[in-house]
Write a protein that binds this ligand. Structure first.
Ligand code: NAD
Length: 294
């Protein structure tokens, strides 16, 4: 039997629910966003910039260590979404100084930072016997330290928006992990360890920053065709084996960057205001079904 009475529900609660699901406002209106690792043409960072731009934020900083395609991406966003300001900046996502400087630029220009997508990363396909202390530290620096720095500095900048914010959002930080960080066997030891670190950083920071309304989550893509996996795809195609790449996946295919980007844009937006401390596998169901074969 349903109880249709609203007598015991505070009237402001009903208004809050209505406002939250209001469809008349783009879910990223007014937000200032930073994305690292955005230069790669088929990459997750670039696709995420376009997915966020569709939700009409105020500004997006697209950043990368490589400047290839970066200005072109900023131009594409501006042309497609004229109300969104898009800036291309060269930064090393694993440099404390660079991360602080891009956040300072956003705070000085707009007085706020709402979204940091810590996405830059590298991979390796080696066996542990071929990994070295140097290669391990490099992997941890680029894949895990970069996310630590983003969470540390962006989280503090977001306290401004979080405490003073009128809306139901203080900030959203998303780190790119991987299914390799959830289950063993999907990547090299050093890569898997660095991605497991991202998942744990997000969980810990979600608790520490939660009181100021800053959410921290990790996204865990499965196998996606990007610059990072180009060699694998090129090799398979050259042997006529492309169809075999995704055959273990429940969806019987690999993924494309846009399929990660739409989830990233959701996590970045107010629509995800109660999603915090999670590691979201976006992998066609791979990590929850078959054993992962490297
Ligand atoms: P990609 O190689 O196309 O993009 C990665 C980008 O990171 C590149 O543009 C690169 O220049 C940039 N980068 C590397 N080191 C940097 C640094 N120190 N500072 C700034 N930028 C730097 O690959 P992608 O697949 O789009 O990778 C994005 C993220 O997704 C990575 O963290 C990666 O580990 C993760 N990921 C990818 C897959 C996949 O199958 N492609 C799966 C799981 C996770």
């Amino acid at each position: 039997m349903s109880n249709k009475s609203t007598a015991s529900v505070p009237s402001d609660r009903l208004a809050q629910i209505k406002a939250h699901i209001a469809l008349d406002k783009p879910s990223m209106a007014g937000k200032v966003c930073i994305i690292t690792g955005a230069s790669s043409l088929y990459g997750i960072g670039r696709a995420s910039a376009l997915a966020m731009a569709k939700q009409s934020p105020t500004a997006i900083y697209v950043t990368d260590l490589s400047t290839d395609n970066l200005e072109e991406l900023a131009d594409t966003v501006q042309k497609q979404y004229p109300s969104v300001k898009c800036y291309a900046r060269k930064i090393d996502a694993s440099s404390d100084e660079d991360v602080r400087s891009i956040i300072n630029e956003a705070m000085t220009t707009f007085g706020r930072l709402d979204v940091f997508f810590a996405n830059a990363g590298i991979a390796s396909g080696t066996h542990i016997k071929d990994e070295t202390a140097e290669s391990f530290m490099r992997m941890m620096k680029i894949n895990a330290l970069s996310v630590f720095l983003a969470i540390k500095h962006a989280g503090q900048a977001m306290q401004v928006t979080g405490k003073g914010g009128k809306e139901h959002s203080g900030g959203s930080i998303i780190g790119t992990a991987s299914v390799a960080g959830i289950r063993s066997g999907a990547g090299s030891s050093e890569y898997s360890a660095s991605k497991a670190a991202v998942i744990n950083l997000a969980q810990t920071a979600a608790y520490q920053y939660g009181r100021t309304n800053v959410r921290v989550n990790a996204i865990c893509p499965g196998l996606i065709e990007t610059g990072m996996t180009k060699q694998t795809f090129d090799y398979a195609r050259s042997r006529g084996n492309e169809h075999k790449i995704g055959q273990l996946n429940p969806l019987a295919r690999y993924g494309i960057a846009g399929e990660i980007a739409s989830v990233v844009a959701f996590l970045a937006s107010d629509d995800a205001s109660y999603v915090n401390g999670q590691s979201w596998a976006v992998d066609g169901g791979l990590s929850s079904s078959h054993p992962i074969v490297p």
